[in-house]
Design a protein around this ligand. Structure first.
Ligand code: COA
Ligand code: AMP
Length: 630
């Protein structure tokens, strides 16, 4: 059967389709049915099955005779080290760490925060939680203590697993002081922190709370896999929403096992044993689905890469890793390819490596611009597949099902909807629009397995954010269109989320930080076009009456404040003082219009604007810092 038949079958008979896909997973108790309708447009998958995520990602491969196959290759150009863990070695390590967690009183349903850089121990930590049914929440290393504290208070972890430090080019990220700061700030306190001491920086342990990673494992029995219900949360992953408070996306165990396993062959063209590489970070959803769980569940070898596309040490790093480790499918963000292209436009570095192992390049996380796709396709002489998904879904909503049937690529489109996703384009009233017309992208409910059933401790917010606007549909927050051939095009976000270097950030969160500066009366953060990172945040500040300090002093304090409160990942480097902000008559800030002016694009004067003259003032102010060029 080709894509079209399989896709139609998944929509006509979701029960049959997903029960069959579930056969590829090892169950402690098979579910009696796939879909459970919980009312009010809420759904769960495989809820009465019993299963273990770690067993499926690790143990079953050892039992099946793959114990000697590499499970994880760690390649760190930052430290100049490489190492390999086989499935059998991974099983031993994970069972031992899970034993230490059990000995500390962590069990099924308890939350565990993981704050670790790109080292194999980060995956071991995730799998150890999965082994005992604990719910992990990985926090990206580029967030500041305050963001970590918010997550600690929201998910109330019994334990935190952290490394002593992370390594950015030319800079050690002091994880332990950040962790200590976060625990001080948080109201909830974890019982225990297990600290993995990296040789680049040994951290001071807090007596009575912190334990050394290995010391905690001494003398404790390894833990067995604990079967959990299919709807048991495997993890919580916080992502940016419209407001400053991050949303805790819940990932149900069984759905994610079934769905990720399905994607490894049908989207990523991998057979068990193949090497698969997603150059992302464990702190993002790509890291959860495609550095850790997806490849391991499917019996592939995954690569944990601690480095950057450029500068560690050069723009050939990606090609070296692919060639050296025999990577078959490679997944990264368009920003990373743009960074390589900027450094090495002629692709001289690529010529140094034999890349005959590589079958396809997969791009996601942000819009893939045609130039980047074409440049990469020519350089590598392989198909380049854009695919579109979100933290909320955990796997591809629209992509090219290349392992099932490679569809013709239309540059600018991530191709077509994947099984189970009934993607529709709706107008403001919620009516489907004609092919080729723009609208809000929504997915008819139920979503397929592996997608979020709710937000952690926030069912009302879940309904408000995703279900209420278009009853019977999941609102993606993206706008776009579907053409006559069923190809989807993603054009823009419909909310205040921006995408910087493939990282999803909330302008609302940055505005909350800026508004707390004593001299700032009002502010707006917008995402302006950035040639490398896609978008970059720009803050417009209106000062409190009577403040007459130099503007540069205030803007640099604001830049520092966002870095301190949200973290370096916000990449907030530009702020500008303006007299007034453009608003509608009802007081809504016209952020979209500001972006168009900053980008030097044509725009239609908003009919509801309060005072059109402000736009000229804004344009002139933006020109002083290099934006709004004609
Ligand atoms: N821990 C601590 N700090 C981190 C971090 C981490 N894990 N990751 C990034 N940062 C810091 C960076 O050091 C940088 O700090 P600086 O302001 O002191 O320079 C800041 O956060 C912004 O990082 P980033 O936006 O990634 O920019 P960069 O200049 O360091 O690198 C690229 C530019 C293009 C090389 C980089 O953005 C990249 O590799 N992008 C790929 C994106 C990606 O894989 N996204 C995942 C989604 S699929
Ligand atoms: P995240 O949850 O961090 O993965 O971010 C998801 C958001 O990133 C989506 O809602 C889109 O706005 C954007 N995005 C991800 N992949 C793509 C893509 N292939 N094309 C366009 N936008 C994308």
């Amino acid at each position: 059967m080709g894509y079209a038949d399989i896709y139609q079958a998944s929509l006509k008979d979701p029960e049959g389709f997903w029960m069959q896909a579930a056969d590829a997973i090892d169950w402690d108790r098979k579910p009696s049915q796939a879909l459970f309708d919980r009312g009010e447009h809420m759904y769960e998958w495989y809820a009465d099955g019993l299963v273990n995520g770690c067993y499926n990602a690790v143990d079953r491969h050892v039992i099946a005779g793959r114990g000697d196959q590499p499970a994880i290759i760690h390649d760190s150009p930052i430290t100049g080290t490489k190492s390999t863990l086989t499935y059998a070695e991974l099983q031993t390590k994970v069972a031992s760490l899970a034993g230490a967690l059990t000995a500390q009183g962590v069990g099924k349903g308890d939350r565990v925060i993981i704050y670790m850089p790109m080292i194999p121990e980060a995956l071991e930590a995730m799998l150890a939680c999965a082994r005992i049914g604990a719910v992990h929440s990985v926090v990206f290393g580029g967030f500041a203590a305050n963001e970590l504290a918010v997550r600690i208070d929201d998910c109330q972890p019994k334990a935190i697993l952290a490394a002593s430090c992370g390594l950015e080019p030319g800079r050690v990220v002091h994880y332990k002081p950040l962790l200590d700061g976060a625990i001080d700030l948080a109201t909830h306190k974890p019982n225990v922190c297990l600290i993995f001491q990296r040789e680049q920086e040994k951290a001071a342990l807090t007596p009575g709370r912190d334990l050394d990673w290995f010391a905690a494992q001494e003398g404790v029995p390894p833990a067995e896999c604990v079967p959990v219900e299919g709807n048991h949360p495997a993890y919580i992953l916080y992502t940016s929403g419209t407001t400053g408070a991050p949303k805790g996306v819940v990932r149900p165990t069984a759905g994610h096992l079934v769905a990720l396993n399905w994607t490894m062959k049908n989207i990523y063209q991998c057979d068990p044993g193949d090497v698969f590489w997603a150059a992302s970070d464990v702190g993002w959803v790509v890291g959860h689905s495609y550095i850790c769980y997806g490849p391991l569940i499917h019996g592939n070898t995954t690569i944990v890469f601690e480095g950057k596309p450029v500068g560690t040490p050069d723009a050939g790093t990606f090609w070296r890793v692919i060639s050296e480790h025999n990577v078959r499918s490679f997944f990264t963000a368009p920003t990373a390819i743009r960074a390589v292209k900027r450094e090495d436009p002629k692709g001289e570095e690529r010529k140094k490596y034999d890349l005959s192992c590589l079958r396809a390049l997969y791009l996601a996380g942000e819009r893939a611009d045609p130039d980047t796709i074409e440049w990469a396709g020519k350089l590598l002489d392989i198909p380049v597949y854009d695919h579109w998904w979100q933290t909320e879904t955990g796997w591809t909503i629209a992509g090219n099902p290349a392992g099932l049937e490679a569809l013709p690529v239309k540059i600018g489109s991530p191709t077509v909807a994947m099984p189970g996703y009934d993607v529709c384009i709706l107008d403001d009233a919620g009516h489907p629009v004609a092919p080729g017309e723009l609208g809000a992208i929504a997915v008819k409910l139920p979503l397929p397995p592996g997608t979020l059933p709710t937000l952690w401790n926030a069912t009302d917010r879940f309904k408000k954010s995703y279900l209420n606007t278009f009853p019977g549909y999941y609102e993606t927050g993206d706008a776009g269109m579907i053409d006559e051939d069923g190809y989807l095009y993603i054009m823009a976000r419909t909310d205040d989320v921006i995408n910087v270097a493939g990282h999803r950030l909330s302008t609302g969160a940055m505005e909350e930080v800026l508004a707390a500066h004593p001299d700032v009366a009002e502010c707006a953060v917008v995402g302006v076009t950035d040639q490398l990172k896609g978008q970059s945040p720009l803050g417009l500040l209106c000062l409190t009456t009577g403040v007459n300090r130099p503007h540069t002093e205030i803007t640099s304090e604001c830049v520092k404040l966002v870095r301190e409160k949200i973290g370096p990942v916000a990449a907030f480097k530009n702020a500008l003082v303006v007299d007034r902000l453009p608003k509608t008559r009802s007081g809504k800030i016209l952020r979209g219009t500001v972006v168009k002016i900053a980008d030097g694009e044509e725009f239609k004067m908003p009919a509801t604007i309060d005072d059109p003259a402000i736009l000229d003032e804004i344009r002139e102010a933006l020109q002083t810092i290099g934006y709004a060029k004609a």
